[in-house]
Design a protein around this ligand. Structure first.
Ligand SMILES: Nc1ncnc2c1ncn2[C@@H]1O[C@H](COP(=O)(O)OP(=O)(O)OP(=O)(O)O)[C@@H](O)[C@H]1O
Ligand SMILES: [Mg+2]
Length: 275
């Protein structure tokens, strides 16, 4: 559960509040869109949630962790429960796509054997199977965005926080990305996603928090329309194709420095995909 109680944020040197008196509760398993004009405070809202910024006043509690009082040394562990997609991607330029995603698993001490099975699977979900050996600079904006998303998904985080994960991709890919996030959500992951795209929000009947000039202007469920349902069905069909067979030969995707996995153990489904 995510709780914001009277949270305000004023950046150092700023004359106005980036966020003002925000009271929001997001329950485990919810899917929430955050919308609002540029500069409204959406990224600030997310950055407070991931403890990248600290509230000027008010309290933030996430899964029982009080972000006002958390010790610096406990922040990395707290962040492990989060899968984060940054608006500016923050990929590591001198690592391949494979290693960028694998890195998220390595930092939490995952065994290389598991990494070699999991990373290609998640890359394939993102349609990046043939990009594992490329460096971020060799990718389009949309491809980089999908690498960022793959990295956020790879550890089966409890909460996915995504800042404009569809900002650089075409409308079809946007639907596919949201559809995929919906599937993770159906499997129990809490998803909070910032977007500018009203059409996307209308397509998916989910909670929408609208921020205007730092204030929560509305917090409601969007109603799904007929044309939206058609889009949604189309997106679902596309997403079905993402499911890769367990015995797929992944050796081609393995990073330049890694040997392919010898075993052909079946891959785990994304969180909750099984049972
Ligand atoms: N590090 C910072 N220092 C000072 N002011 C900041 C900082 N980051 C953001 N702001 C200001 O806080 C306000 C909210 O910014 P924020 O990045 O949260 O907006 P946003 O809704 O995410 O916008 P966009 O849609 O353009 O990404 C803006 O006025 C912005 O200029
Ligand atoms: Mg932003």
């Amino acid at each position: 559960m995510i709780e914001f109680n009277n949270v305000s944020k004023k950046y150092d040197g700023a004359s106005t509040y980036a966020l003002k008196d925000v009271n929001i509760t997001i329950n485990k398993g919810e899917f929430v869109f955050v919308v609002g004009a540029s500069g409204a405070g959406k990224s600030t809202f997310l950055k407070l949630m991931m403890r990248e910024e600290v509230a000027s006043s008010g309290s933030i509690v996430i899964n029982g962790v009080n972000l006002n009082t958390i010790k610096n040394r406990d922040i990395p562990e707290f962040r492990r429960s989060l899968g984060i997609v940054f608006q500016d991607f923050r990929l590591i330029p001198n690592m391949t796509v494979y290693d960028n995603v694998a890195f998220a698993m390595r930092v939490i001490g995952t065994a290389e054997k598991k990494i070699r099975r999991r990373v290609p699977y998640v890359l394939s979900l993102m349609g990046l199977s043939d990009k594992g050996k490329n460096y971020p600079a060799e990718l389009s904006g949309g491809e980089q965005q999908r690498v960022a998303l793959a990295r956020a998904l790879v550890n089966n985080a409890e909460i996915i926080i995504a800042d404009e994960p569809t900002g650089n991709v075409d409308p079809q890919m946007s639907y596919e990305i949201v559809d995929m996030l919906m599937r993770l959500n159906e499997a129990g992951t809490t998803v909070i996603m910032v977007t500018h795209e009203q059409s996307l929000v209308k397509c998916f009947n989910k909670r929408v928090i609208t921020i205007k000039k730092g204030v929560v202007e509305s917090d409601e469920n969007a109603q799904i329309g007929e044309s939206a349902t058609a889009h949604l069905n189309a997106a679902s069909e596309i997403a079905n194709e993402y499911v890769v067979p367990p015995d797929e030969d992944y050796s081609a995707y393995v990073s330049r420095s890694e040997a392919p996995a010898e075993d052909a153990d079946s891959e785990e489904a994304p969180k909750g995909g099984e049972s």
